[in-house]
Design a protein around this ligand. Structure first.
Ligand SMILES: Nc1ncnc2c1ncn2[C@@H]1O[C@H](COP(=O)(O)OP(=O)(O)OP(=O)(O)O)[C@@H](O)[C@H]1O
Length: 249
């Protein structure tokens, strides 16, 4: 089954068109990376899928269901987004418990305390953090909270916008290992934006290279590892990333 299907997606902010005819199919259970130059529209694609960039033309379907423009509650049960900056994405005056219970409140789901504790355990957060505030946690712990919040509604798909780039290198590896384990345990589908090709090799099985709002190449990660990407810009990106290995993952 196809988890995410994008057809001829043109996304705009005001009068500026950011993406041009983005077409992609991501299989259920896959881990798919969007890479490419800064400003090429990678995050914008995730935002359009999540309903945060509502000005688009073309087709977006998630688990076979066409996405409408704007907020869609049924949709947020299937698909959730994790942002780059775990500090900015968590409300500073809400405890971890409140942050994690909120999606359950909105969707009228009970048994909240048990679900909060179970999800905290799943992301490797000790229960003593439950009633703390974000500023009382480390960057890695905050990103674990952000991932836990995304998992509260038990979605099948996570949209990951550079989920480790704001973290120290040693913490990056911990979060990448966590994401790998969660995908295996919960059969999740990932669509991830990253600048880091070693992260793609570690966590993903396919990738699309974007430039200037367009997809220039879709490839298997095996091609990335073998250095056999075809498009000239993809090859430039490969050359620029040479020698930047993930320290431990
Ligand atoms: N809310 C917004 N309003 C107007 N323009 C925006 C908005 N968000 C992003 N843009 C513009 O859209 C273009 C694509 O941005 P986007 O964040 O999708 O790129 P990206 O490929 O993810 O870049 P990076 O790798 O640097 O994060 C950029 O030119 C950016 O300035």
């Amino acid at each position: 089954m196809t988890a995410i299907s994008l057809k001829n997606l043109d996304i705009s902010y005001g009068h500026t068109q950011i993406t041009h005819g983005v077409t992609l199919d991501i299989a259920a259970g896959a881990s798919f990376a969007l890479v490419g130059e800064s400003g090429s529209g990678k995050s914008t694609v995730l935002k359009a899928i999540a309903g945060l960039a509502p000005q688009w033309k073309g087709d977006i379907a998630v688990n076979g269901k066409p996405r409408s423009h704007g907020i869609d509650r049924g949709f947020s049960k299937m698909c959730q987004m994790v942002f780059q900056d775990p500090y900015g994405s968590l409300h500073p005056r809400k405890t971890i418990d409140t942050t994690l219970s909120e999606p359950l409140d909105i969707h009228g789901i009970g048994n909240q305390g048990k679900r909060v504790e179970e999800t905290m355990a799943a992301v490797g957060l000790d229960r003593r953090f439950r009633f703390r505030f974000p500023h009382q946690l480390s960057g890695g712990q905050r990103q674990r909270v952000a991932i836990a919040r995304a998992l509260m509604l038990e979605p099948r798909i996570l949209l990951l916008d550079e989920p480790t780039s704001a973290l120290d290198v040693s913490v990056q590896a911990e979060i990448l290992n966590l994401l790998k384990r969660l995908r295996r345990e919960q059969g999740l589908t990932y669509l991830m934006v990253t600048h880091n090709l070693p992260v793609v090799s570690f966590l993903c099985d396919r990738l699309a290279v974007m430039r200037g709002g367009r997809i220039v190449e879709v490839a298997d990660v095996a091609q990335l590892k073998a250095g056999t990407l075809v498009d000239p810009y993809s090859r430039e990106l490969l050359a620029a990333n040479k020698g930047h290995a993930l320290e431990s993952a």
